[in-house]
Design a protein around this ligand. Structure first.
Ligand code: AMP
Length: 305
């Protein structure tokens, strides 16, 4: 495993690997690697010749200085996990290496319009600009490659796909399934900050998503009914404060009038001081089906949150 901290060294190394015909896989992370990250690295290793894990806690995507300061960091363990999973390179730059003007922001940032106005974008202003900017820089340094992102951050995955397409970047963006704890909690570096009772309570996020999925699969077509089913489960857990629990169109992230086709259920909630997100996809039955008795008056397009 080679550890690189300089941006130009990474770019030149990957250029020479490509020159001898090797395919590059890129796994961008903020470190504190867990089995969710490991699954991305293993997927990349199975599809590429040279896999680079990037470990960089990106200050641009944190609105809150205390959240940035509290973010877990453990490069030693990250190197072990990356090597065990089969990565060839870990790119771990300093903040100054990525942003020479830091703490002043770079003059050029990347904004993906539309997709970033809602949900995580609405709750965390500027967050996706920070993500889009660092991912664009990593794609520029890596050059032609396949880049692996988790569906756990489903809106982020959509933002990254969008920027790669809109900016004609030579990167195939690959979405990978969410890895979960036995009680359904999505693995996250932030889970380490939960107290034991908060950790226990956090299982309710996945239970709420399951309740929403059950409703969609049973033919529920009104988003607000599905949203209410999820909110009800979350409301039963006093340690969990709901931010949003919504059923949206999986491509546009808009609330459709009626659920049809590819639907995504997304939840964000705060447990203690820790903000957690989760999501799952479902295919809604076609909208040509008859309206269920008793639901005919619920034709509002409002999002419960
Ligand atoms: P992060 O270090 O949290 O920025 O995450 C780095 C990458 O790992 C992102 O593409 C995440 O979506 C992905 N990831 C994080 N948690 C999981 C998980 N539980 N399952 C699958 N992918 C994940």
């Amino acid at each position: 495993l080679r550890v690189i901290s300089k941006a130009q060294e990474l770019a030149l190394t990957l250029d020479s690997e490509r020159a001898i015909g090797r395919k590059i896989g890129l796994v961008p992370t903020m470190g504190a690697l867990h089995l969710g990250h490991r699954s991305l690295i293993e997927r990349a290793v199975s599809e590429c010749d040279v896999v680079v894990v990037t470990v960089f806690v990106n200050p641009l995507q944190f609105g809150d200085a205390s959240d940035l300061a509290a973010y877990p960091r453990d490069l030693g363990t990250d190197l072990v996990v990356s090597e065990e999973a089969g990565a060839s390179i870990v790119f771990a730059p300093s903040i100054e290496e990525m942003y020479p003007s830091f703490p002043d922001p770079p003059c050029t940032t990347v904004h993906v319009a539309g997709l970033t106005d809602v949900l995580e974008g609405a709750s965390r202003p500027g967050h996706f600009d920070g993500v889009a900017t660092v991912v664009t820089k990593l794609f520029a340094l890596a050059g032609r490659c396949r880049a692996y992102f988790g569906e756990k951050d489903f809106q982020q995955l959509a933002v990254v796909r969008r920027l790669a397409a809109d900016l004609s970047l030579p990167v195939d963006v690959v979405g990978c399934p969410t890895i979960r704890e036995p009680d359904g909690l999505a693995l996250s570096s932030r889970n380490a900050r939960l107290t034991p009772s908060e950790r226990l309570a956090s299982g309710v996020l996945h239970q709420a998503i399951e309740a929403g999925l059950d409703a969609v699969r049973a033919g529920e077509r009104w988003p607000r009914i599905v949203n209410a089913a999820m909110a009800k489960i979350l409301g039963g857990e006093p340690l969990v404060a709901l931010d949003y629990a919504v059923a949206v169109d999986a491509e546009t992230f808009e609330t459709p009038h009626e659920l049809a086709g590819n639907v995504r259920l997304l939840i964000a909630a705060t447990v203690g001081e820790v903000r957690l997100i989760d999501n799952e996809g479902a295919t809604a039955p076609g909208s040509q089906e008859p309206v269920l008795a008793g639901h005919g008056t619920n034709k509002t397009n409002k999002r419960e949150s």
